[in-house]
Design a binder for this molecule. Sequence first.
Ligand code: GRG
Length: 289
Amino acid sequence: MNRLKVDLESYLERTRALIDDQLDKLVSLKKGSPYAQLFQAARYTLLAPGKRIRPTLALAIVDALGGTLEHAVSSACTLEMIHAYSLVHDDLPSMDNDDFRRGKPSLHKAFPEGIAILTGDFLLTYVFEILARDRYTSAEQKIQLIEVLSSSAGSEGMIGGQIMDISLEGKDIDLDLLRLIHQKKTGALMTAAAEFGGILGGATMAQMHLLRNFGSEIGLAFQIVDDILDAASVDASKSKATYVTLLGVEQCRACVEDLYNSLLTTLNQLPGDTSYLSALAQQTLNRTE
Ligand code: GRG
């Protein structure tokens, strides 16, 4: 039986279990360690029930390209670690000052603030050790993965987007600037997830190009959906420009629909069975929380 023919839910359960098991191993508690608190804090934040969209996307691409999920999962988990670190730092009092994350007190509420900062730093640093040490990737793949992850998380990506977001808060911005901020702040890591899938699954240059397009399409659509879901709450109360404040909900929905159709066209040009990828994109964009 074609393993891609089982239904999406059981496929997602399997990839989720693979990802969660690997995350659990990567931050396993070291008995008697003088810095056990670091691992307790890393586990608190990393193993909390997030959606795991980024590593799941990477693995679904590896699958479509005919790669082995078990060999790709450790590298794919580094996407979740960068994401988790960004949420920890974003929640800090000096940033968004959020008391809750993933249905639990945010890390700096559950642990001393200094430990929360160091845990974010640790997750960020640890990913490079994991990528460099992975026994299933070649030297060339390691360099490509490290290049993609560091650039998508750095000044040209997530951190650059966060800085633009902070410095433009309260100012009038147009749609092009908002799109640029989000492409960097959240889109870059989604695109990195698609590129990870390509690198780990052995994509050709042409396929990598398609995967980058797919990543940026799903990343932008993901952000617009996030803005629609947030419309009545956080961002509105902070008088921050969002897709909803600039376009209104109806036009936002139409944009998401257009992006979804466009990413389907991109996926159709890839080899292999991309039905899970399109179903995953559809589920991500139809989410209600
Ligand atoms: C502090 C270095 C630094 C960067 C912060 C990405 C980011 C930059 C902050 C996150 C702020 C935020 C809530 C952005 C909205 C989009 C987003 C990334 C939502 C959370 O991602 P999900 O929905 O979360 O994948 P889960 O919990 O499911 O993993």
